[in-house]
Design a protein around this ligand. Structure first.
Ligand code: PMT
Length: 398
Protein backbone atom coordinates (compact mmCIF):
# COMPACT_ATOMS: atom_id res chain seq x y z
CA UNK A 1 0.00 0.00 0.00
CA UNK A 2 2.93 2.33 0.56
CA UNK A 3 4.48 1.24 -2.71
CA UNK A 4 5.18 4.19 -5.01
CA UNK A 5 3.62 6.66 -2.56
CA UNK A 6 5.36 9.99 -2.03
CA UNK A 7 5.67 10.65 1.68
CA UNK A 8 7.07 13.90 3.02
CA UNK A 9 8.78 13.36 6.35
CA UNK A 10 9.06 16.57 8.34
CA UNK A 11 11.70 16.28 11.06
CA UNK A 12 11.72 18.87 13.83
CA UNK A 13 14.10 19.65 16.66
CA UNK A 14 13.53 17.10 19.38
CA UNK A 15 15.75 14.35 20.79
CA UNK A 16 13.54 11.78 19.02
CA UNK A 17 14.72 13.20 15.65
CA UNK A 18 17.14 10.27 15.38
CA UNK A 19 14.15 7.89 15.45
CA UNK A 20 12.82 9.51 12.27
CA UNK A 21 15.76 7.87 10.47
CA UNK A 22 14.16 4.47 11.11
CA UNK A 23 10.77 5.76 9.91
CA UNK A 24 12.36 6.85 6.62
CA UNK A 25 14.18 3.54 6.34
CA UNK A 26 10.93 1.56 6.85
CA UNK A 27 9.11 3.72 4.29
CA UNK A 28 11.83 2.96 1.75
CA UNK A 29 11.68 -0.77 2.57
CA UNK A 30 7.96 -0.70 1.86
CA UNK A 31 8.54 0.85 -1.56
CA UNK A 32 7.59 4.46 -0.76
CA UNK A 33 9.56 7.54 -1.82
CA UNK A 34 10.49 9.61 1.22
CA UNK A 35 11.30 13.32 0.91
CA UNK A 36 12.71 14.70 4.13
CA UNK A 37 12.33 18.31 5.22
CA UNK A 38 14.32 19.29 8.30
CA UNK A 39 13.81 22.33 10.47
CA UNK A 40 16.83 24.19 11.79
CA UNK A 41 16.30 22.60 15.20
CA UNK A 42 16.26 19.09 13.72
CA UNK A 43 19.69 19.69 12.19
CA UNK A 44 21.09 20.19 15.71
CA UNK A 45 20.28 16.53 16.41
CA UNK A 46 20.82 14.70 13.08
CA UNK A 47 22.60 15.81 9.93
CA UNK A 48 20.77 16.16 6.60
CA UNK A 49 23.33 13.77 5.11
CA UNK A 50 21.96 10.94 7.26
CA UNK A 51 18.45 11.42 5.88
CA UNK A 52 19.76 11.96 2.35
CA UNK A 53 21.63 8.65 2.50
CA UNK A 54 18.67 6.71 3.93
CA UNK A 55 15.99 8.31 1.72
CA UNK A 56 18.20 8.48 -1.40
CA UNK A 57 16.60 11.85 -2.07
CA UNK A 58 17.80 15.42 -1.48
CA UNK A 59 16.86 16.80 1.92
CA UNK A 60 15.20 20.23 2.10
CA UNK A 61 16.42 22.51 4.85
CA UNK A 62 15.99 26.09 3.61
CA UNK A 63 13.16 27.87 1.92
CA UNK A 64 15.36 30.41 0.19
CA UNK A 65 18.09 28.20 -1.26
CA UNK A 66 19.49 28.62 -4.78
CA UNK A 67 17.03 26.78 -7.10
CA UNK A 68 18.39 23.94 -9.24
CA UNK A 69 15.27 23.92 -11.47
CA UNK A 70 12.56 26.48 -12.21
CA UNK A 71 10.08 24.52 -10.11
CA UNK A 72 9.20 26.31 -6.87
CA UNK A 73 10.51 23.71 -4.42
CA UNK A 74 7.98 24.04 -1.63
CA UNK A 75 5.05 24.01 -4.06
CA UNK A 76 6.37 21.05 -6.01
CA UNK A 77 6.98 19.07 -2.80
CA UNK A 78 3.53 20.00 -1.50
CA UNK A 79 1.87 18.89 -4.75
CA UNK A 80 3.82 15.65 -4.94
CA UNK A 81 2.92 14.45 -1.42
CA UNK A 82 0.47 11.60 -0.85
CA UNK A 83 0.89 12.22 2.88
CA UNK A 84 3.00 14.31 5.23
CA UNK A 85 4.26 12.88 8.51
CA UNK A 86 5.89 15.16 11.05
CA UNK A 87 8.10 13.05 13.27
CA UNK A 88 8.94 14.05 15.93
CA UNK A 89 6.48 16.92 16.16
CA UNK A 90 7.64 19.40 18.79
CA UNK A 91 5.30 21.71 20.73
CA UNK A 92 6.74 24.51 18.58
CA UNK A 93 5.78 23.01 15.19
CA UNK A 94 2.35 21.99 16.50
CA UNK A 95 1.76 25.56 17.68
CA UNK A 96 3.01 27.08 14.43
CA UNK A 97 0.89 24.91 12.16
CA UNK A 98 -2.18 25.28 14.40
CA UNK A 99 -1.66 29.04 14.12
CA UNK A 100 -1.20 29.02 10.33
CA UNK A 101 2.40 30.23 10.46
CA UNK A 102 4.60 29.48 7.43
CA UNK A 103 8.12 30.74 8.14
CA UNK A 104 10.33 27.85 7.03
CA UNK A 105 10.36 25.07 4.47
CA UNK A 106 8.32 22.59 6.53
CA UNK A 107 5.55 24.93 7.62
CA UNK A 108 5.34 26.38 4.09
CA UNK A 109 4.96 22.95 2.49
CA UNK A 110 2.32 21.99 5.07
CA UNK A 111 0.32 25.12 4.32
CA UNK A 112 0.63 24.63 0.56
CA UNK A 113 -0.32 20.93 0.55
CA UNK A 114 -3.70 19.25 0.27
CA UNK A 115 -2.27 15.89 1.41
CA UNK A 116 -3.30 14.38 4.76
CA UNK A 117 -0.98 15.43 7.57
CA UNK A 118 0.05 13.22 10.49
CA UNK A 119 1.75 14.51 13.62
CA UNK A 120 3.78 12.28 15.93
CA UNK A 121 4.25 14.53 18.98
CA UNK A 122 7.22 13.91 21.23
CA UNK A 123 8.31 16.22 24.03
CA UNK A 124 8.63 16.74 27.77
CA UNK A 125 5.49 15.61 29.64
CA UNK A 126 4.79 19.07 31.06
CA UNK A 127 5.08 20.64 27.63
CA UNK A 128 2.73 18.00 26.21
CA UNK A 129 0.18 18.44 28.97
CA UNK A 130 0.39 22.25 28.85
CA UNK A 131 -3.05 23.61 28.01
CA UNK A 132 -1.60 25.62 25.10
CA UNK A 133 -0.16 22.48 23.49
CA UNK A 134 -3.41 20.60 24.13
CA UNK A 135 -5.41 23.46 22.63
CA UNK A 136 -3.18 23.43 19.54
CA UNK A 137 -3.54 19.65 19.18
CA UNK A 138 -7.32 20.01 19.40
CA UNK A 139 -7.18 22.68 16.68
CA UNK A 140 -5.19 20.33 14.42
CA UNK A 141 -7.65 17.49 15.05
CA UNK A 142 -10.61 19.76 14.25
CA UNK A 143 -8.88 20.68 10.98
CA UNK A 144 -8.85 16.95 10.11
CA UNK A 145 -5.18 16.32 10.80
CA UNK A 146 -4.10 13.05 12.40
CA UNK A 147 -2.33 12.85 15.75
CA UNK A 148 -0.42 9.78 16.92
CA UNK A 149 -0.72 9.71 20.70
CA UNK A 150 2.71 9.77 22.37
CA UNK A 151 3.52 6.92 24.72
CA UNK A 152 4.12 7.08 28.45
CA UNK A 153 7.51 6.21 29.84
CA UNK A 154 10.92 7.51 30.75
CA UNK A 155 11.68 10.67 28.74
CA UNK A 156 15.07 11.90 27.56
CA UNK A 157 14.65 15.00 29.73
CA UNK A 158 14.67 12.80 32.84
CA UNK A 159 10.93 13.01 33.51
CA UNK A 160 8.55 10.04 33.38
CA UNK A 161 5.20 10.57 31.69
CA UNK A 162 3.46 10.98 28.36
CA UNK A 163 5.67 12.30 25.60
CA UNK A 164 7.65 9.41 24.12
CA UNK A 165 7.62 8.84 20.39
CA UNK A 166 5.85 5.51 19.66
CA UNK A 167 7.65 2.63 17.93
CA UNK A 168 8.29 2.96 14.19
CA UNK A 169 5.71 0.26 13.30
CA UNK A 170 2.96 2.26 15.01
CA UNK A 171 3.95 5.35 13.00
CA UNK A 172 4.05 3.37 9.73
CA UNK A 173 0.66 1.81 10.60
CA UNK A 174 -0.85 5.26 10.97
CA UNK A 175 0.54 6.38 7.61
CA UNK A 176 -0.95 3.27 6.00
CA UNK A 177 -4.25 3.89 7.77
CA UNK A 178 -4.41 7.45 6.46
CA UNK A 179 -3.57 6.41 2.90
CA UNK A 180 -6.01 3.54 2.73
CA UNK A 181 -9.20 3.65 0.71
CA UNK A 182 -12.16 3.73 3.08
CA UNK A 183 -14.43 1.31 1.26
CA UNK A 184 -15.65 -0.27 4.50
CA UNK A 185 -16.66 3.05 6.03
CA UNK A 186 -19.63 2.61 8.38
CA UNK A 187 -19.64 -1.15 7.83
CA UNK A 188 -19.56 -3.32 10.92
CA UNK A 189 -16.97 -6.03 10.36
CA UNK A 190 -16.89 -8.89 12.84
CA UNK A 191 -13.68 -10.93 12.81
CA UNK A 192 -12.79 -13.99 14.87
CA UNK A 193 -9.18 -15.02 15.39
CA UNK A 194 -6.90 -17.35 17.29
CA UNK A 195 -7.51 -20.70 18.92
CA UNK A 196 -10.09 -21.71 21.47
CA UNK A 197 -9.03 -23.28 24.77
CA UNK A 198 -11.11 -26.12 26.08
CA UNK A 199 -10.44 -26.68 29.76
CA UNK A 200 -9.84 -30.15 31.17
CA UNK A 201 -9.16 -29.02 34.73
CA UNK A 202 -7.83 -25.80 36.33
CA UNK A 203 -4.35 -26.34 34.85
CA UNK A 204 -4.87 -28.21 31.58
CA UNK A 205 -6.66 -27.50 28.35
CA UNK A 206 -6.99 -28.60 24.71
CA UNK A 207 -6.08 -26.07 22.05
CA UNK A 208 -4.45 -25.78 18.61
CA UNK A 209 -1.59 -23.93 16.92
CA UNK A 210 -3.50 -20.85 15.74
CA UNK A 211 -1.49 -17.73 16.56
CA UNK A 212 -4.22 -15.27 15.61
CA UNK A 213 -1.97 -13.66 12.96
CA UNK A 214 -4.43 -14.18 10.10
CA UNK A 215 -7.47 -12.87 11.97
CA UNK A 216 -5.62 -9.92 13.48
CA UNK A 217 -4.27 -8.97 10.04
CA UNK A 218 -7.84 -8.96 8.70
CA UNK A 219 -9.13 -6.92 11.65
CA UNK A 220 -6.37 -4.35 11.18
CA UNK A 221 -6.84 -4.12 7.42
CA UNK A 222 -10.62 -3.71 7.86
CA UNK A 223 -10.02 -0.94 10.40
CA UNK A 224 -7.62 0.77 7.99
CA UNK A 225 -10.35 0.67 5.34
CA UNK A 226 -12.75 2.52 7.60
CA UNK A 227 -14.71 -0.42 9.02
CA UNK A 228 -16.17 -0.53 12.54
CA UNK A 229 -14.30 -3.63 13.55
CA UNK A 230 -15.07 -6.06 16.35
CA UNK A 231 -12.30 -8.58 16.91
CA UNK A 232 -13.27 -11.63 18.95
CA UNK A 233 -10.16 -13.55 19.79
CA UNK A 234 -9.02 -16.62 21.61
CA UNK A 235 -5.85 -16.37 23.70
CA UNK A 236 -2.91 -15.17 21.57
CA UNK A 237 0.36 -13.32 22.14
CA UNK A 238 -0.43 -10.55 19.68
CA UNK A 239 -1.25 -7.00 20.74
CA UNK A 240 -4.79 -6.18 19.53
CA UNK A 241 -4.87 -3.42 16.91
CA UNK A 242 -5.89 -0.04 18.25
CA UNK A 243 -9.21 1.38 17.14
CA UNK A 244 -11.07 -1.93 17.11
CA UNK A 245 -13.50 -3.29 19.67
CA UNK A 246 -11.63 -6.20 21.19
CA UNK A 247 -13.29 -9.13 22.96
CA UNK A 248 -11.10 -11.82 24.52
CA UNK A 249 -12.62 -15.30 24.86
CA UNK A 250 -11.41 -18.69 26.00
CA UNK A 251 -13.55 -21.61 24.89
CA UNK A 252 -15.68 -22.23 21.78
CA UNK A 253 -18.83 -21.73 23.90
CA UNK A 254 -17.55 -18.32 25.00
CA UNK A 255 -16.69 -17.45 21.41
CA UNK A 256 -20.17 -18.45 20.28
CA UNK A 257 -21.79 -16.23 22.91
CA UNK A 258 -19.56 -13.25 22.02
CA UNK A 259 -20.14 -13.70 18.28
CA UNK A 260 -23.92 -13.93 18.62
CA UNK A 261 -23.91 -10.74 20.73
CA UNK A 262 -22.28 -8.82 17.88
CA UNK A 263 -23.93 -10.58 14.95
CA UNK A 264 -27.28 -8.76 14.61
CA UNK A 265 -26.04 -5.45 13.22
CA UNK A 266 -22.91 -6.84 11.53
CA UNK A 267 -22.51 -6.26 7.79
CA UNK A 268 -19.59 -8.63 7.37
CA UNK A 269 -18.44 -11.65 9.40
CA UNK A 270 -15.04 -13.24 8.81
CA UNK A 271 -14.32 -16.36 10.82
CA UNK A 272 -10.58 -16.90 10.83
CA UNK A 273 -10.55 -18.48 14.29
CA UNK A 274 -9.58 -22.11 14.72
CA UNK A 275 -12.47 -23.29 16.86
CA UNK A 276 -12.12 -26.61 18.65
CA UNK A 277 -14.65 -29.08 17.30
CA UNK A 278 -14.73 -30.93 20.64
CA UNK A 279 -14.40 -30.08 24.32
CA UNK A 280 -14.04 -32.27 27.43
CA UNK A 281 -17.50 -33.47 28.46
CA UNK A 282 -16.76 -32.58 32.08
CA UNK A 283 -14.36 -29.96 33.38
CA UNK A 284 -12.84 -31.10 36.65
CA UNK A 285 -13.03 -28.46 39.39
CA UNK A 286 -9.79 -29.80 40.89
CA UNK A 287 -6.49 -30.70 39.26
CA UNK A 288 -6.81 -34.29 38.03
CA UNK A 289 -4.38 -36.47 39.98
CA UNK A 290 -1.92 -38.74 38.25
CA UNK A 291 -2.59 -42.47 38.75
CA UNK A 292 -1.11 -45.73 37.50
CA UNK A 293 -4.07 -46.21 35.15
CA UNK A 294 -4.46 -44.79 31.66
CA UNK A 295 -6.59 -41.71 31.62
CA UNK A 296 -9.45 -41.58 29.14
CA UNK A 297 -10.89 -38.16 28.38
CA UNK A 298 -14.40 -38.09 26.96
CA UNK A 299 -14.99 -35.27 24.48
CA UNK A 300 -18.30 -33.83 23.44
CA UNK A 301 -19.07 -31.84 20.30
CA UNK A 302 -18.81 -28.07 20.32
CA UNK A 303 -21.43 -26.09 18.44
CA UNK A 304 -20.37 -25.09 14.94
CA UNK A 305 -20.61 -21.31 15.27
CA UNK A 306 -20.30 -20.60 11.56
CA UNK A 307 -22.95 -23.17 10.70
CA UNK A 308 -25.35 -21.38 13.05
CA UNK A 309 -24.48 -17.97 11.59
CA UNK A 310 -25.11 -19.34 8.10
CA UNK A 311 -28.69 -20.21 9.13
CA UNK A 312 -29.31 -16.59 10.19
CA UNK A 313 -27.19 -15.02 7.44
CA UNK A 314 -29.71 -12.57 5.95
CA UNK A 315 -27.93 -9.91 3.87
CA UNK A 316 -24.66 -10.21 5.76
CA UNK A 317 -21.49 -11.20 3.95
CA UNK A 318 -20.24 -14.39 5.58
CA UNK A 319 -16.67 -15.57 5.06
CA UNK A 320 -15.18 -18.75 6.49
CA UNK A 321 -11.75 -20.28 6.54
CA UNK A 322 -10.93 -23.93 6.01
CA UNK A 323 -7.76 -25.49 7.33
CA UNK A 324 -7.21 -28.67 5.35
CA UNK A 325 -4.56 -31.33 4.85
CA UNK A 326 -6.26 -33.27 2.05
CA UNK A 327 -8.88 -32.82 -0.69
CA UNK A 328 -8.61 -29.10 -0.04
CA UNK A 329 -10.98 -27.84 -2.71
CA UNK A 330 -13.65 -30.52 -2.20
CA UNK A 331 -13.66 -30.11 1.58
CA UNK A 332 -13.72 -26.32 1.38
CA UNK A 333 -16.54 -26.37 -1.19
CA UNK A 334 -18.56 -28.60 1.09
CA UNK A 335 -18.08 -26.19 4.02
CA UNK A 336 -18.96 -23.21 1.82
CA UNK A 337 -22.25 -24.88 0.87
CA UNK A 338 -23.18 -26.40 4.24
CA UNK A 339 -22.48 -23.20 6.16
CA UNK A 340 -24.19 -20.94 3.60
CA UNK A 341 -21.10 -18.77 3.04
CA UNK A 342 -20.33 -16.16 0.40
CA UNK A 343 -16.71 -17.16 0.34
CA UNK A 344 -14.27 -19.58 1.93
CA UNK A 345 -10.52 -19.19 2.23
CA UNK A 346 -8.87 -22.61 2.17
CA UNK A 347 -5.38 -23.04 3.63
CA UNK A 348 -3.35 -26.01 2.50
CA UNK A 349 -1.70 -27.02 5.76
CA UNK A 350 0.70 -29.40 4.00
CA UNK A 351 2.56 -26.49 2.36
CA UNK A 352 5.38 -24.64 4.13
CA UNK A 353 4.42 -21.05 4.82
CA UNK A 354 0.70 -21.79 4.94
CA UNK A 355 -1.82 -21.89 7.77
CA UNK A 356 -0.98 -21.89 11.46
CA UNK A 357 1.53 -19.60 13.16
CA UNK A 358 3.27 -18.29 10.03
CA UNK A 359 3.53 -14.74 8.73
CA UNK A 360 2.53 -15.98 5.28
CA UNK A 361 -0.30 -18.02 3.86
CA UNK A 362 -0.99 -20.05 0.72
CA UNK A 363 -4.69 -20.17 -0.02
CA UNK A 364 -7.41 -20.88 -2.51
CA UNK A 365 -10.44 -18.62 -2.33
CA UNK A 366 -13.71 -20.20 -3.38
CA UNK A 367 -16.80 -18.04 -3.90
CA UNK A 368 -20.44 -19.05 -3.76
CA UNK A 369 -20.73 -18.32 -7.51
CA UNK A 370 -18.32 -21.22 -8.11
CA UNK A 371 -15.19 -19.15 -8.79
CA UNK A 372 -11.98 -20.80 -7.56
CA UNK A 373 -8.80 -18.69 -7.29
CA UNK A 374 -5.44 -20.06 -6.21
CA UNK A 375 -2.90 -17.65 -4.74
CA UNK A 376 0.84 -18.00 -4.33
CA UNK A 377 2.51 -17.56 -0.94
CA UNK A 378 2.03 -14.05 0.39
CA UNK A 379 2.08 -12.13 3.67
CA UNK A 380 -1.06 -12.41 5.81
CA UNK A 381 -1.48 -8.64 5.63
CA UNK A 382 -1.52 -8.70 1.83
CA UNK A 383 -3.96 -11.62 1.88
CA UNK A 384 -6.19 -9.73 4.31
CA UNK A 385 -6.53 -6.92 1.78
CA UNK A 386 -7.28 -9.37 -1.06
CA UNK A 387 -10.08 -10.91 1.03
CA UNK A 388 -11.42 -7.44 1.88
CA UNK A 389 -11.25 -6.35 -1.80
CA UNK A 390 -13.56 -9.24 -2.60
CA UNK A 391 -15.87 -8.43 0.30
CA UNK A 392 -15.96 -4.80 -0.78
CA UNK A 393 -17.00 -5.92 -4.27
CA UNK A 394 -19.80 -8.05 -2.78
CA UNK A 395 -20.98 -5.13 -0.62
CA UNK A 396 -21.20 -2.90 -3.68
CA UNK A 397 -23.34 -5.48 -5.49
CA UNK A 398 -25.74 -5.89 -2.55
O1 PMT B 1 -4.10 -17.88 13.52
P1 PMT B 1 -3.00 -18.21 12.52
O2 PMT B 1 -1.81 -18.84 13.18
O3 PMT B 1 -2.63 -17.02 11.69
O4 PMT B 1 -3.55 -19.32 11.53
C1 PMT B 1 -4.60 -19.01 10.66
C2 PMT B 1 -5.58 -20.18 10.54
C3 PMT B 1 -4.89 -21.35 9.87
C4 PMT B 1 -6.11 -20.58 11.91
C5 PMT B 1 -6.77 -19.64 9.67
O5 PMT B 1 -6.26 -19.22 8.46
C6 PMT B 1 -7.82 -20.72 9.47
O6 PMT B 1 -7.74 -21.51 8.55
N1 PMT B 1 -8.86 -20.73 10.34
C7 PMT B 1 -9.90 -21.72 10.34
C8 PMT B 1 -9.38 -22.99 10.93
C9 PMT B 1 -10.48 -23.99 11.13
O7 PMT B 1 -10.92 -24.15 12.23
O8 PMT B 1 -10.96 -24.49 10.04
P2 PMT B 1 -12.20 -25.54 10.01
O9 PMT B 1 -12.10 -26.11 8.66
O10 PMT B 1 -12.14 -26.45 11.18
O11 PMT B 1 -13.49 -24.63 10.18
C10 PMT B 1 -14.15 -24.05 9.08
C11 PMT B 1 -14.78 -22.73 9.50
O12 PMT B 1 -15.78 -22.94 10.48
C12 PMT B 1 -13.81 -21.74 10.08
O13 PMT B 1 -14.15 -20.46 9.59
C13 PMT B 1 -14.05 -21.85 11.58
O14 PMT B 1 -13.82 -20.58 12.24
C14 PMT B 1 -15.52 -22.22 11.66
N2 PMT B 1 -15.85 -23.07 12.81
C15 PMT B 1 -15.28 -24.30 12.95
C16 PMT B 1 -15.65 -25.10 14.00
C17 PMT B 1 -16.59 -24.63 14.93
N3 PMT B 1 -16.96 -25.38 15.98
N4 PMT B 1 -17.13 -23.41 14.78
C18 PMT B 1 -16.78 -22.62 13.73
O15 PMT B 1 -17.27 -21.50 13.59
Amino acid sequence: MLKDKNIIVGVTGGIAAYKAVDVVSQLKKKGAEAFVIMTEGAQEFVTPLTFQTISQNPVSTKIFSQPTTWEVEHISLADRADAIIIVPATANIIGKIAGGIADDMLTTVVLASKAPIIFAPSMNVNMFENSLTQRNIETLKKLGHHIIEPEEGFLACGYTGKGRLPQTDIIIDEIEYVLNKKDLYKKKVLVTAGPTREDIDPVRYITNHSSGKMGYAIAKAARDRGGDVVLISGVTHIRPPSGVKFVRVGSALEMKEAVLKEFDDADVVIKAAAVADYRPENISGQKIKKSDEDFILKLTKNPDILLELGKQKGKRILVGFAAETQDIIDNAQEKLKNKNLDMIVANDLTLEGSGFDTDTNIVTIISSDGKIEKFNKMGKKELAHIILDKISGLLQQS
